[in-house]
Ligand binder design. Structure first.
Ligand code: COA
Length: 156
């Protein structure tokens, strides 16, 4: 079975936050950040699976701090764990105040994306392996998150 490192799927995007992206407090709309997170998670998962993917769930989004117009918003995503057809993707968002040259964490999120064929049916994906300490932590804690996700779907 083919396998790729977590780093193989690492994807980074930087965007300038402009006034139309912000609310009356001059900070970015949460929904805007969510759309960016969903997009970069899909890019990362497609890089890993080399197939079409769909978002199955977003299990957590923590808005740790806000980002304001004029900040550079950087999103970084990687596949941290895989099942048969599903991939857990971790997304970290930081805001860079380019005037003060200060970087802060704004948002973290875990999503599950599923590789699908042309009929939209799940297909198997390569395994993933960690290399750095941070990647090992994300990989080793993923089964617990997967278990929590399964418990949550039993509620429906
Ligand atoms: C996600 C989807 C492909 C799963 O299809 P399915 O026929 O239910 O397939 P299965 O039950 O065999 O599940 C396939 C995998 O998805 C995972 N999965 C399904 N629903 C999930 C959920 N809500 N959260 C996390 N993982 C989920 C399963 O655990 C399984 O993982 P594994 O193969 O690694 O073990 C299907 O529900 C779908 O197409 N949903 C709509 C996706 C979409 O349109 N997203 C865009 C946002 S609207």
């Amino acid at each position: 079975m083919k396998s790729f490192s977590i780093n193989h799927s690492r994807t980074v995007q930087t965007r300038l936050i402009l006034p139309p992206d912000t609310n009356h407090l001059d900070t970015i709309f949460g929904g805007k950040v969510l759309a960016y997170i969903d997009e970069i998670a899909a890019l990362s998962a497609m890089k890993h699976a080399n197939s079409t993917v769909v978002t199955a769930s977003i299990d957590s989004v923590d808005f740790v701090s806000s980002a304001t117009a004029g900040d550079a918003l950087t999103l970084e995503a990687c596949v941290t764990y895989t099942g048969t057809s599903s991939m857990e993707v971790y997304v970290k968002v930081t805001a860079h105040d380019l005037i003060k040259d200060e970087v802060r964490l704004t948002t973290e999120s875990f999503l599950t994306l599923v590789a699908v064929n042309e009929q939209g049916k799940p297909i198997s994906v390569p395994k993933v392996f960690p290399e750095t300490e941070e990647e090992k932590h994300l990989y080793e804690t993923a089964p617990k998150r997967r278990e929590n996700r399964k418990k949550r779907s039993l509620i429906r």
